[in-house]
Every structure is written in structure tokens, then in C-alpha cells.
Design a protein around this ligand. Sequence first.
Ligand code: HEC
Ligand code: HEC
Ligand code: HEC
Ligand code: HEC
Length: 114
Amino acid sequence: MVVKIFGVLLSLLLVGVLTAQLLFAAAPFSSDKHIKTGLNCHSCHETEKVVAGAKVGMGKCLSCHGPYDKLVKRTDNLILNWHENPHYGELDCNECHHGHRADENTCRRCHKKP
Ligand code: HEC
Ligand code: HEC
Ligand code: HEC
Ligand code: HEC
């Protein structure tokens, strides 16, 4: 009996863990989203072999997403438009969109609103 209850509790725990994993699964990184749309490493990286320390300049991003004004229009619906600010001008994409780690929002350092 005790063993059975323990078994049930254990399965409940497992179900809980699996659900949590589904709910809190990390959003894919910027590069993953691009690969999903059919692009490849070379869409961003120009070199034959992509080595540690590789960088991608903003010009590359803008060659597909630019000019900046177009980007500003895409996110015009936001209360605080990340792509348009009165402080820094046209910020490098990599300030917020990282190729292979989670995006961040540097405006949040000071602005609490979404
Ligand atoms: C959407 C554009 C994009 C795509 C697609 C992309 N990358 Fe990157 N990658 C970046 C950016 C941006 C950086 C610079 C990261 C940084 O400075 O934080 C980078 C950096 C790197 C680095 C250096 C990482 C380091 O920490 O030294 C490697 C290696 C790399 N990429 C490999 C790849 C490979 C392999 C692919 C294909 C599977 C790929 N990348 C696809 C944008 C991209
Ligand atoms: C070869 C063209 C190309 C390049 C280069 C490129 N992108 Fe993209 N990107 C796309 C396409 C296509 C999509 C999917 C359609 C869309 O949202 O525009 C996309 C989508 C995105 C998205 C939206 C992802 C989401 O949440 O759905 C972001 C953010 C983005 N790109 C940022 C970048 C950044 C930053 C760089 C430079 C490191 C970059 N892109 C380089 C073509 C490109
Ligand atoms: C100050 C932070 C910041 C900078 C700098 C920035 N972005 Fe964004 N961007 C965001 C945030 C926040 C979103 C909305 C949430 C998300 O997709 O992560 C977004 C969304 C996007 C989208 C998707 C728009 C849509 O239709 O949903 C694209 C494409 C994009 N950014 C490209 C770029 C490119 C290319 C650059 C550089 C030229 C850039 N961003 C610079 C913060 C930034
Ligand atoms: C170091 C702190 C800091 C950062 C980072 C920051 N801001 Fe601000 N921002 C301020 C302050 C301070 C004000 C003026 C007080 C206010 O209106 O809240 C302001 C005001 C603004 C305003 C209103 C300006 C006006 O004309 O009324 C906008 C829009 C704005 N910021 C957008 C942004 C965006 C977008 C980012 C990210 C790219 C950003 N800010 C990053 C501190 C910051």
C-alpha cells in the first residue's frame, strides 16, 4: 500500500516536472528562429568557417531588415518602441538581439513599462 501511494506521488511529481518544462521552455535564440525560416549560418556569417569570437555587424542585419526606419514601423504598436529612442540613436542590434543566447532588452534598465 505504502509503495503504491509512493508510486502515485512519484508519477504526479514527474507529470509536474514535465509540464513545467513545457511551460518554461526557453524561447529559441535569434539564430534558431532564422534557421527555422530556411536561412543558414552564412546568412549572417560571411566566413567559410565560423570560429569562436565571430561577430556579425549591424550592416548585415540591416541588409535584410533595414533601413532602421522600417524596423521602427514594425514595432510601432509597442508602448515603448525599442527601435526608436531619444537617447542613443540607432543602437546596434546586438545590444538586445544576440545570435546564440537569449535576447535582452536594455531599455528595461531604466524603463519599467513593456
Ligand atoms: C541571425 C543571425 C545568425 C545566424 C543565422 C547564425 N549566427 Fe552565429 N552569431 C550571430 C551573432 C550576432 C554572433 C555574435 C554574438 C555576440 O557577439 O554575442 C554570432 C556568433 C557566433 C559564433 C561565435 C560565438 C562566440 O561566443 O565566440 C559562432 C561559433 C557562431 N556564431 C556559429 C554559428 C553557426 C554554426 C551558425 C549556423 C548554425 C550560426 N552561427 C548562425 C548571428 C547569427
Ligand atoms: C538573410 C536575411 C537576414 C539576415 C542577414 C538577418 N535576418 Fe533576421 N530575419 C530574417 C527573416 C526572413 C526573418 C523572418 C521574417 C521576419 O520576421 O522578418 C527574420 C526574423 C528576425 C527577427 C524576428 C524573430 C522572431 O521573433 O520571430 C529578429 C529579432 C531578427 N530577425 C533579427 C536579426 C538580427 C539581429 C540580425 C543580424 C544579426 C538578422 N536578423 C539578420 C532575415 C534575416
Ligand atoms: C534596445 C533593444 C533593441 C535593439 C537595439 C534592437 N531591437 Fe529588435 N526588438 C527588440 C525587442 C524588445 C523586440 C520585440 C520582442 C522580441 O522579438 O524580442 C524586437 C523585435 C524585433 C523584430 C521583430 C519585429 C516584429 O515584427 O515582431 C525584428 C525583425 C528586429 N527586432 C530586428 C532588429 C534589428 C535588425 C536590429 C538592429 C538593426 C534591432 N532589432 C535592434 C529590441 C531591440
Ligand atoms: C540609463 C537610463 C535609460 C535607458 C537605458 C533608456 N532610457 Fe529612455 N529615458 C530615460 C529618462 C531618465 C527619460 C526621461 C524621463 C522620462 O520621461 O521617463 C527617458 C525618456 C524616454 C522617452 C520619452 C522621451 C520624450 O520625448 O518624452 C522615450 C520614448 C524613451 N526614453 C525610450 C527609450 C528606449 C526605447 C530605450 C532603449 C533603447 C531607452 N529609453 C533607454 C532613461 C533611460
